[in-house]
Unconditional design. Structure first.
Length: 154
């Protein structure tokens, strides 16, 4: 897989959201998209990140931004996560890891001395033409919205 860089076309994908609907990146053509990848539903960092985006959802929408989250969790897991935290945006279930592979985000991670395979927390800001304008590696889970809004033009 090629490394995704700012200024490149966002890789196309199709996935299933928490309602069982097929969602593709093409659905967001003509809109600015905050595409965020996160490791796992209902874990401390992922919950903080999702809730930060939820709490600032109206401010993000005012800027014309759509939010879409992706993890390798199941549709059922996403349903529970969204219901528990009242998330106003969709989450894509990428159980077969096809999307995280396209975005080169599946790899070796370390936590508390343990090595395992997982998704790298990364956010892609994609413009109306489907081009990656900004990449936020290892976003601040507690203040992710501030990071997004601080980027010029977003």
């Amino acid at each position: 897989m090629a490394v995704i860089k700012e200024g490149s076309k966002a890789p196309a994908f199709k996935g299933v959201d928490q309602h069982g609907n097929t969602v593709s990146i093409a659905d967001f053509k003509g809109q600015k998209l905050v595409l965020y990848f996160y490791p796992k539903d209902d874990t401390p960092g992922c919950t903080a990140q999702a809730c930060n985006l939820r709490d600032n959802y109206k401010a993000l929408q005012k800027k014309g931004l759509q939010i879409l989250g992706i993890s390798v969790d199941s549709v059922k897991s996403h349903e529970k996560f969204i219901a528990k935290y009242d998330l106003p945006f969709s989450l894509i279930a990428d159980e077969d890891k096809k999307i995280v592979d396209k975005y080169n985000l599946w790899g070796q991670k370390k936590f508390m001395g343990r090595t395992y395979m997982g998704t790298s927390r990364t956010t892609f800001l994609i413009d109306e033409a489907g081009m990656v304008r900004h990449i936020i590696d290892k976003p601040d889970t507690k203040d992710h919205t501030k990071e997004i809004l601080a980027i010029s033009g977003w």
